[in-house]
Design a protein around this ligand. Structure first.
Ligand SMILES: NC(=O)C1=CN([C@@H]2O[C@H](COP(=O)(O)OP(=O)(O)OC[C@H]3O[C@@H](n4cnc5c(N)ncnc54)[C@H](O)[C@@H]3O)[C@@H](O)[C@H]2O)C=CC1
Ligand SMILES: O=C(O)CCC(=O)C(=O)O
Length: 335
């Protein structure tokens, strides 16, 4: 069979710790398919170019069959030229004691600049995932400054939160991770996010049962579980003195793989996307919703899920935080 044409994939923050795990997955074929040749563009800031050269050497030394070319650069125009996918990781990470919103002023300007450059240089079909924090609001700004690219091509990563939530449930029930399905992350990738298992299932001895039936402890679900997932990023920072990197890279790969290849039959996944007003969330906010994705890469928000008073309060609280972040970000970007 004829070889596929290569796709061009950009990873920013390419000299950083998330990229170090992410690049392996992309170049190995674990994200875009094991028959999909890749051209990688790697963006970082000028002082990091010597480090990035080391990453390029290692990519060479991995001898990946699918990797056709690697283009390291500190020039956004070069990094984004004709790309099909952008994984926007590059940004300042949070240190112990900081909230993600403390990063906003520093990081949001990066995404204004990158939005403009994506608009000028990337394919109009480019799919963009923002990982750098505050991820939702950075994605909103990136989209705003790239008006020629459809809004639905911009997303932010909440898959790490979803993976964390699934792992907590699987551990509690004592089942494998793949037994847990349709756990939802609503809202912001922050400590206000709402990890919601009320529509999820756990396969116990071959039968799918509601999560609450498998866990048998609603108090744990409503309190400790939610808090653990909301605070997991901070817990990893406290332990490692560095933020999550291996798990963030894995989640970024999961997000892009599902976006390009589609979600499994009967399952949905959570992505930060531009709200269309579904579930009463203000249109235009980048908010994490449950979506299904078809084989052509088109996502649809899962509709009709019941929202009780407990959920409504949590979904609105995280939306309110996003509204405040948006206001601050627009102020920062207006100069
Ligand atoms: N959404 C999520 O689930 C998660 C998000 N993150 C966020 O991802 C970001 C990256 O984290 P790490 O890789 O651990 O940080 P890191 O500090 O190891 O690497 C970041 C890299 O970005 C580069 N960079 C900074 N400004 C840039 C620019 N304008 N253009 C291109 N590159 C630029 C830096 O030079 C550095 O090499 C942080 O903002 C972190 O908070 C981290 C984990 C999970
Ligand atoms: O928590 C942070 O600020 C950095 C890492 C992160 O976003 C996470 O681990 O969820």
């Amino acid at each position: 069979m004829a070889e596929k044409d290569p796709i061009k994939v950009c990873v920013t923050g390419a000299a950083g710790q998330i990229a170090y795990s992410l690049l392996y997955q992309v170049a190995k074929g674990q994200v875009f398919g094991d028959d999909q040749p890749i051209i990688l563009t790697l963006l970082d800031i000028p002082p990091m170019m010597p480090v990035l050269q080391g990453v390029v050497m290692e990519l060479d030394d991995c001898a990946f069959s699918l990797l056709r070319e690697v283009i390291p650069t500190s020039d956004e125009a070069v990094a984004f030229k004709d790309i099909d996918a952008a994984m926007l990781v590059g940004a300042m990470p949070r240190r112990e004691g900081m909230e993600r919103k403390d990063l906003l002023a520093a990081n949001v300007k990066i995404f204004k600049s990158q939005g403009k450059s994506l608009d000028a240089n990337a394919k109009k079909t480019v799919k963009v995932v923002v990982v750098g924090n505050p991820a939702n609001t950075n994605a909103l700004i990136c989209k705003k400054y790239a008006p020629s690219i459809p809004a639905e091509n911009f997303s932010c990563l909440t898959r790490l939160d979803q993976n964390r939530a699934k792992a907590q449930i699987a551990g509690r029930v004592g089942v494998t991770i793949d037994s847990v399905k349709n756990v939802i992350i609503w809202g912001n990738h922050s400590s206000t996010q709402f990890p919601d298992v009320s529509h999820g299932t756990v396969s116990v001895k071959g039968t799918a049962v509601p999560v609450s039936e498998a866990v048998k402890d609603d108090n744990w679900i409503k309190n400790e579980f939610i808090k653990t997932v909301q605070q997991r990023g901070a817990a990893v920072i406290k332990a490692r003195k560095l933020s999550s990197a291996m798990s963030a890279a894995k989640a970024t790969g999961d997000h892009m793989r599902d976006w390009f290849k589609g979600t499994p039959q009967g399952e949905y996944t959570s992505m930060g996307i531009v709200s269309d007003g579904s579930y009463g969330i203000e249109a235009g906010l980048v908010y994490s919703f449950p979506v299904t994705i078809d084989k052509s890469g088109k996502y649809t928000i899962v509709q009709g899920l019941e929202v009780d008073t407990f959920a409504r309060e949590k979904m609105d609280a995280t939306a309110n935080e996003l509204k405040q972040e948006m206001t601050t970000a627009l102020e920062v970007c207006s100069d």
